[in-house]
Structure formats: C-alpha cells, structure tokens
Design a protein around this ligand. Structure first.
Ligand code: AG3
Length: 277
C-alpha cells in the first residue's frame, strides 16, 4: 500500500480538481485568507488562497502573460502601470519585461501572499526586484480612488469575487479606475471561466460597459483554473485593443501577436450569454 496525499480545490459544488502532492511546503492563515503551498507531481509548486488555486509553476505563465501583454501591446506608449492584487508577482514579472515602462506599482492587501511568494516562488516573484517596481500593502480600492488622470494601464489581478475581492467586480471600483487612467488609458481584469462562472463574467462585462467607452472580452487557456478556459475583460478609453499596436517585443511562451488577435475571437455561446451584438 502506498500513502497518497492530494490537494483538492472544490471549483464548484459539483466539480473538483485534485493534484497529487509530493510535499506540503506552507500552510498558514494571513489576516485575510488561508494560504497553502504544496509541491505537486503534475504542476510543480502550487499556491492556493482559501482553497482556490492561484498559481502553479507549470501553467501560471499563460495567465500572467495574457494579463500583462495584451493591454501593454494595445497601448502605443505605456509609461505608468498599476497592478491591483497579484501579490505573487507574476503579472509584475511580465510588465517589467517592457523596458520603456517607467514605473510599476503593485498594491495588494495581503502582505503574507507577497512574502510567501518570495519564499516559495522565486521564478514568479522575480519582478519585485526591478528598480521601477514599488510594492504597497494596502487596499487597492482605496488606493486607486486617490489617483486621477495618472496611469496608462491598470491591471486587476484579483482572486474570485468572494469576501474581500467582491468589490473588485463592482461599478464604483471600475469608475475609480476610469478616473485614475489617462485619457487614452486601458484597464484589464481577470473575469473567470465562461463555463463555471458565467454569471460573474456577464456581470463584470456589464459593469465595465457602464464605465468604459469600449469593452472587449478575450480568453486564454489556464489548465488549473475552473474549466481551463479563462476570460479577461478589457476597458479602453480610446484605442481598439483587439489588435496589437506593436510587434511582440518581449520574450514570452504563450503570448504573441497572433495569440493577441485570436484571443478576441469569442465563441458564440460566450457572445450570446454576455449580450454582445
Ligand atoms: N488570480 C485569479 C485566480 C482565480 C482562480 N480561481 C479559482 N482557482 N477558483 C490569480 C492570481 C495570480 N497572480
């Protein structure tokens, strides 16, 4: 008989994903959530917050590249970037690849996520050591409401819309972001799975449409998130973001110009559900 240890996320009431565990590396409670880090056979190290998988070493690049490089390549000249959430540092790692960006701020409410990522995910948190990056442990909702006409890009790298992250899917927050952006600014947020969380996607899309002139949904593959198909919703004041303005200038494993364009092609079931014409 062999002893087997498995990490399981209950993705919905009726669906679970399990990864066989080599070793438990960290288990603790921060002020806001339960943090688990395990080393798994299939996906390498994995971090979960309140039971929901946030990153695994094997597939995090698809999500982080799509969060960062789509808006950054859709803007002609991004200078100032704000990341809200994303305390693991994966999105920041992708943003710092763009040499022309002058300043990158990351605001995450939970300093333990930042600390745990630095300790157990050096290849994810690596961007934090870039000189242009400032990390603030604060409430992102409050922080962004103090800024006006300032950022070129705002990226919301949140957890699922439960507990502390709920407000990150609501209109007042989107309005503050709109005001914090310059007149040609771009905003993107992760908006969940079109299979497991269709209501969340529809609501987020509707809320962002109430605030931004132009709104698109794009999608990518994310094997360890519910259903493996993941969406991102992007609001733009001026530019058509569905085509890249510049050739891909950075080293990537998932993103390139063709993937950028393809990601905006949505299957009819998604278009219909969110009420796109
Ligand atoms: N943030 C999106 C996590 C959503 C995953 N949901 C789930 N597993 N039920 C990821 C943060 C990575 N920087």
């Amino acid at each position: 008989m062999s002893l087997e240890l498995w990490f399981t996320e209950e993705q919905t009431k009726n669906l679970r994903i399990s990864c066989r565990v080599k070793e438990v590396l960290y288990h603790g409670r921060s002020k806001y959530q339960e943090i688990v880090v395990v080393d798994t056979y299939e996906y390498g190290r994995l971090m979960a917050l309140d039971g929901a998988i946030q990153i695994t070493e094997k597939d995090e690049f698809t999500y982080h590249e799509m969060m960062a490089h789509v808006p950054l390549h859709a803007h002609p000249f991004p200078r100032r970037v704000l990341v809200i959430g994303g305390g693991d540092g994966g999105t920041v790692r992708e943003v710092v690849k763009h040499q022309d960006i002058g300043s990158i701020e990351l605001v995450d409410i939970d300093e333990d996520v930042i600390r745990v990522s630095k300790e157990f995910f050096p290849t994810v948190s690596v961007g934090f050591s870039d000189k242009r990056v400032t990390v603030k442990v604060e409430d992102g909702v409050k922080y962004v409401s103090t800024k006006k006409d300032y950022y070129d890009i705002v990226i919301v790298d949140s957890t699922d819309p439960v507990d502390i992250a709920k407000v990150l899917f609501e209109v007042p927050f989107y309005r503050s972001i709109y005001e914090a952006l310059r007149e040609d600014g771009i905003f993107v947020a992760q908006t969940e799975s079109p299979f497991c969380e269709l209501d969340i996607l529809r609501e987020a899309y509707g809320n962002i449409k109430r605030v931004f002139e132009s709104v698109w949904i794009y999608w990518g593959v994310m094997p360890t998130y519910p259903s493996g198909m993941w969406t991102y919703t992007i609001g733009s004041k001026k530019y058509d973001v569905s085509v890249p303005r510049r050739a891909c200038s950075v080293e990537t494993r998932y993103y390139n110009s063709d993937v950028h364009k393809a990601a905006f092609v949505l299957p009819p079931f998604v278009r219909e559900w969110v009420g796109m014409e």
